[in-house]
Design a protein around this ligand. Structure first.
Ligand SMILES: Cc1cc2nc3c(=O)[nH]c(=O)nc-3n(C[C@H](O)[C@H](O)[C@H](O)COP(=O)(O)O)c2cc1C
Length: 189
């Protein structure tokens, strides 16, 4: 099948996750195109299924992803799709943080009107060494609130790669059985 992966990223983790998904789908025999939402991705119409990912920054996703989904909403809702949200809150041990992250995703999908087959939350990374002074300060505050390390001399990656693998494999199975859009299922691994 022809699968399109569109991602929005600010510090690169969602791009890394997208390329990891690409490798898994290609291994399974699919034809995959990966595109940065800020670089005018192709329309969904040329593909059998679409995966879109974005990361949360101050409770919001990248505007290029919002724009892509809104612009192609009719086409997207005719195809089987999956949305993955990348953030730090989901790596927290605090259930309230998870709830908040899930709410951001639900509200977002409702606002743009997209009904993907599958939705999941993926833990991102704390890249202290790559942040500028202001970002480092904001992230140290967020990290403290969510119980993450505040030692800014190193980076921390929380992405559960096995869970990402499970998610795309499940999606690849679903699109064979349900090659059209239907209700959204939220999945956790
Ligand atoms: C300035 C800034 C603000 C952030 N705000 C949030 C937030 O509101 N909630 C959250 O869970 N994670 C937040 N994060 C964490 C990012 O979602 C996480 O680092 C993710 O891995 C970024 O993915 P990306 O590299 O693809 O942009 C923030 C990160 C930065 C640098």
């Amino acid at each position: 099948m022809k699968i399109l992966i569109v991602y929005g990223t600010t510090e690169g983790q969602t791009r890394k996750i997208s390329h990891f998904m690409e490798a898994i789908l290609k291994d399974a025999g699919h034809e995959v195109t990966v595109s940065d939402a800020s670089e005018t991705p192709p329309p969904p119409s040329s593909y059998d299924a679409v995966v879109i990912g974005a990361s949360i920054h101050i409770h919001k996703y990248q505007s290029a992803v919002v724009h892509y989904i809104k612009h192609h909403i009719e086409g997207l809702n005719k195809k089987p799709g999956a949305f993955f949200s990348v953030c730090l809150a989901i790596a927290s041990g605090l259930e309230d943080e998870h709830k908040e992250a899930r709410k951001i995703t639900t509200d977002f999908l409702e606002e743009v009107g997209w009904k993907p087959l599958m939705v999941t939350q993926i833990a991102g990374a704390l890249k202290y060494t790559e942040y500028d002074f202001f970002k480092r300060l904001v992230m140290k505050m967020i990290a403290k609130k969510e119980g993450h390390p505040t030692d800014t001399s190193q980076d921390y990656e929380y992405t559960d790669w096995d869970a990402v693998r499970e998610f795309v494999k499940e999606f690849a199975v679903k699109i064979k059985i349900q090659p059209v859009a239907s209700g959204t299922e939220e999945v956790t691994y």
